[in-house]
Design a protein around this ligand. Sequence first.
Ligand SMILES: [Zn+2]
Ligand SMILES: [Zn+2]
Length: 127
Amino acid sequence: MPVVRRYSRQREAILTHLKGRCDHPSADQVYADLRETLPNLSLGTVYRNLNALSGSGDVLRFTVNGKEHFDGNITPHSHFICLNCGAILDIFDATQNKVKAQMEKELDCFVSGVQILVYGKCNACSK
Ligand SMILES: [Zn+2]
Ligand SMILES: [Zn+2]
């Protein structure tokens, strides 16, 4: 099944690419950057694979101003969004675990994931 094999190789390439960068690109950006090395790649394929990868938990997906962003780092962390320049910064702390524990206790539900988006002005923009 050459078609299946090609898709899984592209999925692998997309995952490797995402894990190798620490900004949080949109599907368009991933497509633009991978096109040079994978000339057969289509935007639809990028979307489909990013959907599959976030569905299986291999990448994180979150929406900022109506636009989806993807993150190859699946270690639990929060994001700071600069409203001025659009920078997306990683925050590694225990807040997510605290929220998960607190919600499970308060709601008596199983929490499978927590995403925290913090908004403001980044260091460079607030100077
Ligand atoms: Zn900024
Ligand atoms: Zn991140």
